[in-house]
Design a protein around this ligand. Structure first.
Ligand SMILES: Nc1ncnc2c1ncn2[C@@H]1O[C@H](COP(=O)(O)OP(=O)(O)O)[C@@H](O)[C@H]1O
Ligand SMILES: [Mg+2]
Length: 305
């Protein structure tokens, strides 16, 4: 086996607070100008810091007034990392951090080394020929079989991994939700996300989040979502080979028509959620005169919207 290709960065609280001040400015200006972003997901922006010559990637959680409300989700992220490594798989070296802003708010950050583009699993989709049994597809399948299941929410889409010497490294750890045996969702980020919508809409947000996260429960769903989200990175040609590769290990095969339907539904649902956030931002900034602590981005284009 290879030696670790990734070196954990050494990051001070002062650096995180300097980044946080820039993020607050970006939120006010609704612009990422002057910041370095390596990627956009539905949850996080992978920000490089310092901007001009980044040494590390930082992903930010929504700030909270009480420290424990940040420490709990960070502990859940550590648990997720432990689960993956206990099962013999790899997670990018990841540090969970909490800093206290001058205004007293606590902010959580997930700090990681920067993965060069050539080492992102996503790059393989653009450079290799899609085939049934491609080593990348088999590696993701193995990962989901070992680390996924009914008790955990696992988003194993290809952009969530680095790949070095054929080995996968999970880099997306910011959705550390799990499920009780009866399927009840335990979402440690629920309190944080609730800050982004008006109180009257919180039950609706809870329901929408539950509906979305349930689609990442169980090995069958988790592999289905990998196939669904290939279209998100323009890898349509990989969808059929992925389905066939995954079906080799599934009792009940993934249906390509369901994968296509789920993609259509996602394309409709995500803009709806963003619209909801924008309405709340307008209300919070104009009526309550309180800053909105989130950068609403189009995760396809990376634009702040
Ligand atoms: N450490 C990293 N180095 C380089 N790029 C990264 C790193 N972490 C994330 N990214 C990029 O940012 C994207 C979004 O980050 P991710 O952790 O997956 O957030 P989300 O939970 O929102 O999906 C990734 O798909 C990847 O392209
Ligand atoms: Mg991701």
């Amino acid at each position: 086996m290879s030696t670790d290709p990734f070196t954990p960065p050494d990051v001070s609280d002062e650096e995180l607070l300097a980044l946080e001040a820039r993020v607050q400015e970006a939120q006010r200006n609704r612009s990422l100008d002057g910041l370095t972003a390596y990627g956009f997901g539905e949850v996080s922006i992978a920000l490089g810091w310092p901007t001009d010559e980044p040494r590390f990637v930082a992903k930010r959680l929504i700030p909270m007034a009480e420290a424990h409300r940040i420490d709990e989700p960070l502990a859940a992220i550590e648990t997720l990392i432990g689960r993956v490594t206990d099962r013999g798989h790899r997670v990018l070296p990841t540090e969970t951090r909490r800093v206290r802003r001058p205004d007293g708010q606590h902010v959580g950050y997930v700090v990681q080394p920067i993965v060069p583009k050539g080492q992102l699993a996503e790059t393989v989709l653009a450079t290799d020929t899609p085939t049934v049994g491609h080593p990348l597809l088999v590696a993701v399948r193995d990962f989901v079989q070992a680390c996924g299941g009914d008790d955990v929410m696992l988003d194993a889409q290809i952009p969530n991994f680095a790949r070095v010497d054929g080995e996968l490294w999970l880099l997306d750890v910011t959705s550390p939700a799990r499920f009780e045996p009866d399927g009840t969702l335990i979402d440690p980020l629920a309190d944080l996300s609730a800050q982004l919508v008006p109180a009257v809409l919180r039950p609706a947000l809870g329901k929408a989040t539950n509906d979305i996260l349930q689609t990442y429960r169980g090995v069958h769903n988790q592999l289905t979502q990998v196939a669904v989200f290939l279209r998100r990175v323009d890898a349509e040609a990989w969808v059929q080979p992925a389905i066939e590769t995954f079906n080799e290990v599934l009792d009940e095969p993934i249906d390509p028509a369901v994968v296509a339907e789920k993609w259509e539904k996602n394309q409709k649902d995500f803009p709806k959620i963003k619209k909801l956030l924008q309405i709340q931002r307008a209300w919070q900034e104009k009526v309550r005169r309180r800053p909105y602590e989130y950068l609403i981005t189009d995760s396809f284009t990376g634009e702040v919207i």
